[in-house]
Design a protein around this ligand. Structure first.
Ligand code: SF4
Length: 738
């Protein structure tokens, strides 16, 4: 045993294993046991792929499974709902496979292809079901999977939708002003000598009546009778100038071909791949932007008959000298810059931050594909994603930028926050990890692993949400946000084929274990050498260092046949994991979780209250002991202060596998279950779901909710109504969640 322990310690500290004592981790073979169920994503139902819905009245980003569920809900009212549900499941599964194989296209195209592949042509009932389903699917658009290209595609689509809405509004304003200004000039012309000339009058009358009138006589009569004072030349010139500015603007494309003015250059583009190009374009267009904003403001006064040269000329002379105001800027298109962190140079980062501070309405999306970076001082890797981290920190520090950081796997869950950031009146930074790194696992799994392990936690900073950190900063999209690392239940069979269930935390070491470049930091330990010195890495990371003598951190992994393996972990990764958790704790503090300032203040206040209560009690009865007054002092702590203290962990009652329940503390509030049945599933005050009435729906709904819950925390228990149809099939489907 001692020899094995020495070998394990040697690997942990040096990364080298004595001959015959263990195996280096084979590449692309093992993966963390907690990810065992995610090898084949096409067999799972989760929020990807996404549909980028076309049409301004639609939610721009939708989940394929939610779309199918919505359509099925509509159809389910009829008796053949169950048959259609099964057929819809086959179609959806086939679309997932097509997407995983690399097929691209719209939802309707993929539905066509999948319908052929599942053989609907030769199955009348299947074809009928699919026809009904497709009639109920009211949305079409490009289907995208969670891959390297997805985040940028999603942002471009959502941004374009918002710009289209903005353009619609702006164009309507411009067109109205153009119409009214043109009317002013027409009226002026109509009352002028030239407007009342015989030729002009003749041209304005239809051909059928031309011979009926004496236009020369009519012109003499109108000119003599006209008492109209002609428009001042300065006003005429101003109105003409305004019309020219409005008609030749290039910020918004014409709504239709007929809105196009001959000779006007093509509209500006607002999507860029580098910050320098975007900043240069903004700078170059700024005078035109000011000119257009000024023209709109003057035109509004002109058309309302309120423009006064004495009052307004001087004011508009200086319009925009101190920059445009926020309302004016917000009416113009935002500049979208999409780039990859690996190509993002320091000078570009510096430039865009200065542009942010200057108020440029830029929406910058920085996509990180790889969090691993080479250490500058050792032949080791750092798991940091430093560039995006620095940028997000600086943008938050500036205070007036909207900042969102998220893994690609979380983007659908954070779609509202994405849209809010894109619509934010000011600069916004979106830092996204795609998950498309060197791992053999799908990008979705890698991205989710980065979020779960706190390697790339999600957060939003929204300056428009309120005046303080409590209202602006949110970590809510992370799971089990008050813990260092989220823990999950791991079920497996031991060597005696006994079912074992244990709770395991998902740490940075798990994340590193999905990357083949980190294989050198792991060594597989043969089952015969699984000794008591192997300590789960999550425990190793939380124990005091003095308790770690003769302990070696290990990770549970599975091979391709899902056989449980143990690997020991080199100290380099343990060090990285400790650094990662420190960074996470800083974020927690910003998010008001385990806030050290609040805790310290609370402690001080408690001390003061205790001393005051003690003094008061002593004044009343000198015999009363301090110990006797302590409980009263504790009661005196104001409720607000108590709330600020970290909540004590609630004892989790033992759950019967026969009863349905939800691991409420882990709920991410995604609405999946409440959408299935809001009488059965409901939220508590923390917006976390529990089963409020298991009899308010069917066992089928419980099972479907369990299947739809992305983090598998709904346990449907056993059927409560033995007469419910389809129980055999449902019980089978429920098994993985019991
Ligand atoms: S319990 Fe319901 S709301 Fe919570 S994560 Fe699961 S499906 Fe979403």
């Amino acid at each position: 045993m001692q020899v094995e322990l020495q070998a394990h310690i040697a690997f942990h500290l040096t990364g080298r294993m004595p001959q015959g004592e263990g195996d280096a981790l084979p590449r692309s073979d093992l993966q963390p046991a907690l990810l065992a169920g995610y090898r084949d994503l096409t067999a799972l139902r989760y929020d990807f792929p996404l549909v980028l819905a076309a049409g301004a009245d639609k939610q721009p980003v939708q989940s394929l499974s939610a779309l199918f569920d919505g359509a099925l809900k509509e159809i389910a009212a009829n008796g053949d709902g169950e048959r259609i549900r099964k057929h819809a499941g086959r179609l959806e599964g086939e679309i997932r496979k097509l997407i995983a194989e690399g097929t691209t296209g719209t939802l309707s195209k993929l539905c066509d292809l999948a319908t052929i592949r599942i053989g609907a042509k030769n199955d009348e009932l299947l074809q009928k079901s699919l026809d009904r389903l497709r009639a109920a699917l009211k949305i079409d658009g490009e289907v995208i999977d969670c891959d390297k290209a997805m985040p940028l595609r999603l942002f471009q689509h959502a941004w374009q939708g918002l710009q289209d809405q903005k353009a619609l509004k702006f164009r309507a304003q411009i067109n109205t002003l153009i119409l009214k200004l043109s009317d002013i000039l027409s009226a002026d012309f109509g009352h002028s000598k030239e407007g009342m000339s015989a030729e002009r009058l003749q041209a304005s009358i239809g051909a059928a009546h031309r011979d009926t009138f004496d236009f020369a006589a009519m012109s003499r009569m109108l000119t003599a009778a006209s008492v109209n004072v002609p428009m001042a030349e300065s006003r005429r010139q101003r109105v003409r100038g305004l019309l020219a500015t409005l008609r030749t603007q290039r910020f918004f494309p014409p709504a239709t071909e007929s809105d196009k003015w001959i000779g006007v250059a093509e509209p500006y583009a607002f999507a860029f791949e580098t910050c320098s190009e975007a900043v240069a374009a903004y700078r170059e267009r700024l005078p035109k932007m000011t000119e257009l904003a000024k023209a709109m403001a003057i035109a509004k006064l002109e058309t309302d008959g309120e423009y006064s040269e004495a009052r307004h000329d001087a004011f508009f002379e200086q319009f925009g000298d101190n920059g445009l105001d926020a309302d004016d800027i917000a009416a113009f298109p935002d500049y979208l810059i999409c780039l990859r962190a690996a190509e993002f140079r320091a000078a570009e980062s510096d430039l865009i931050l200065r542009a942010f501070v200057s108020g440029m309405p830029a929406k910058l999306v920085v996509l990180t594909d790889d969090l691993l970076e080479q250490s500058p001082i050792r032949d080791d890797y750092l798991i940091a994603g430093l560039r995006s981290r620095q940028l997000a920190g600086a943008a938050i520090g500036f205070g007036a930028s909207y900042v969102l950081q998220a893994s690609g796997s979380n983007l659908f869950q954070l779609r509202e926050q994405v849209l809010r950031g894109l619509a934010y009146r000011g600069p916004a930074l979106f830092s996204v990890f795609s998950g498309a790194n060197a791992s053999h696992l799908p990008a979705y799994v890698v991205a989710a692993a980065a979020a779960e392990s706190r390697a790339f936690p999600s957060f939003t900073y929204d300056p428009s949400a309120g005046p303080d950190w409590a209202s602006r900063f949110s970590l809510a999209a992370n799971s089990q946000v008050d813990l260092d690392w989220p823990s999950q239940r791991l079920d497996y069979e031991d060597e005696e084929q006994q079912r074992v269930s244990e709770t395991v935390a998902f740490t940075l070491v798990d994340f590193a274990a999905v990357d083949p470049r980190c294989a050198k930091y792991f060594a597989k330990v043969p089952r015969a050498k699984w000794t008591a010195d192997l300590l789960p890495v999550s425990e190793f990371l939380t124990r005091e260092r003095e308790d770690l003598a003769e302990k070696v951190p290990c990770l549970l992994m599975v091979d391709r046949d899902n056989r449980l393996q143990k690997v020991i972990v080199n100290n380099t990764l343990v060090r990285e994991a400790r650094r990662c958790v420190e960074a996470w704790r800083s974020l927690q503090e910003l998010g008001g979780i385990h806030n050290s300032h609040a805790a310290r203040q609370l402690e001080r206040e408690r001390k003061v209250w205790a001393e005051q209560a003690q003094a008061a009690a002593a004044a009343v009865s000198p015999q009363t002991s301090a110990a006797a007054v302590a409980p009263a002092a504790a009661v005196a702590v104001p409720a607000a202060a108590v709330v600020a203290a970290p909540a004590a962990a609630e004892a989790v009652p033992e759950k019967s596998p026969d009863e349905p329940y939800i691991e409420t503390a882990r709920c991410t509030s995604c609405n999946e279950c409440t959408q299935i049945n809001d009488k059965m599933f409901g939220y508590d005050a923390n917006k976390q779901a529990s089963i409020i009435n298991p009899d308010a729906g069917t066992y089928r709904q419980l099972v479907e909710a369990a299947e739809n819950c992305q983090i598998s925390i709904i346990h449907p228990g056993k059927p409560r109504n033995p007469n419910e149809p389809g129980l055999d099939e449902l019980t089978k489907r429920a098994e993985p969640f019991l």
